[in-house]
Design a protein around this ligand. Structure first.
Ligand SMILES: Nc1ncnc2c1ncn2[C@@H]1O[C@H](COP(=O)(O)OP(=O)(O)OP(=O)(O)O)[C@@H](O)[C@H]1O
Ligand SMILES: [Mg+2]
Length: 274
């Protein structure tokens, strides 16, 4: 890499102990995305602030994953702005984006593990591919990240196909945590898991956020998880964030879309009864 570029961007990827504790780390403004004639994002505004974890809620197909991919630059938005730690990322060159993304850890909805790579290489993938660390060091870092999500040394050399679905989710979470990110994007980290494993993953996420002093956007359909992990919630409907507030306040919303979502999740009456 060009040394001057490395110096210029080193300020972006180093952690600053003298930070504003309430700073906005991710600022999304007017984000729009359509596929052919289908408008998915019609102007999304959302902030992720230091000290907070936001649960992104919305019915299936409302555009939650598209929003996450636009924020990460994996899908190009049609319009709008995404500032990460104050730096505009829409239209950013690939090298500069890769450097900025060192602040970010991602868990994709489908796990996105590489079938042909053993667990430790999946977890240490970014270290092995983009940073100057030895394989031995990368393996040790991967082992540490796996421990954080409750997996032991016995899985480190297995292939993803040799793991249960729940273990694969945990490997994906370990990969998201491996670079000590400041910002985590987790797309359905507990989808398809039983309640016990969901609780274990939620605890791992909460403990990791605390340990890393990181913030997160967690996409989930599971309102119990949302309440366990996130102090704030945002509801995406018809391409916009139609509600945002403290997670526990969601049940007070009069919005029809939210009432319907809560009823469908079986959470509406339980919460009122509780
Ligand atoms: N690359 C693409 N090309 C065309 N349409 C797409 C593409 N990616 C997503 N879509 C469409 O955008 C809409 C929103 O999809 P998205 O995956 O963001 O939904 P979601 O809210 O994450 O749903 P779920 O909760 O089921 O994961 C869907 O109608 C989907 O078919
Ligand atoms: Mg999705």
């Amino acid at each position: 890499m060009n040394p001057s570029l490395e110096v210029r961007w080193s300020c972006l990827v180093s952690r600053n102990s003298d930070v504003n504790p309430t700073a906005t780390l991710v600022e999304i403004r007017g984000l729009k995305k359509s596929f052919d004639n289908q408008v998915v994002l019609a102007g999304v505004d959302l902030d992720l602030r230091r000290g907070h974890t936001v649960a992104l809620l919305g019915v299936s197909g409302s555009g939650k994953s598209v929003l996450m991919k636009c924020v990460l630059g994996l899908t190009e938005p049609d319009a709008g702005s995404v500032r990460i730690d104050g730096h505009e990322t829409v239209g950013l060159g690939q090298t500069e984006r890769l450097l900025l993304m060192r602040k970010v850890g991602v868990l994709f909805q489908n796990g996105a593990l590489f079938d042909s790579l053993p667990v430790w290489q999946n977890v240490a993938f970014t270290l092995l591919s983009s940073r100057r660390v030895s394989r031995g060091c990368a393996r040790r870092v991967a082992a540490g990240a796996l421990t954080r999500v409750g997996l032991g040394a016995d899985v480190i050399d297995l292939l993803p196909g040799e793991l249960s679905g729940g273990m694969q989710k945990r490997v994906s979470l370990a990969r998201a945590l491996v670079g000590d990110p400041e910002i985590l994007f987790l797309d359905n980290p507990t989808a398809g898991l039983d309640p016990v494993l969901t609780g274990i993953i939620d605890s791992s996420v909460a403990a990791s956020l605390e340990h890393l002093q990181a913030i997160a956007l967690v996409i989930t359909h599971d309102l119990t998880s949302a309440q366990r992990i996130a102090d704030r919630a945002a509801f995406l409907s018809e391409g916009r964030i139609v509600w945002e507030g403290a997670t526990g306040e969601l049940w007070r919303s009069d919005l029809q879309q939210i009432q319907k979502f809560l009823r469908a999740s079986g959470s509406h009456s339980r919460h009122r009864a509780g």
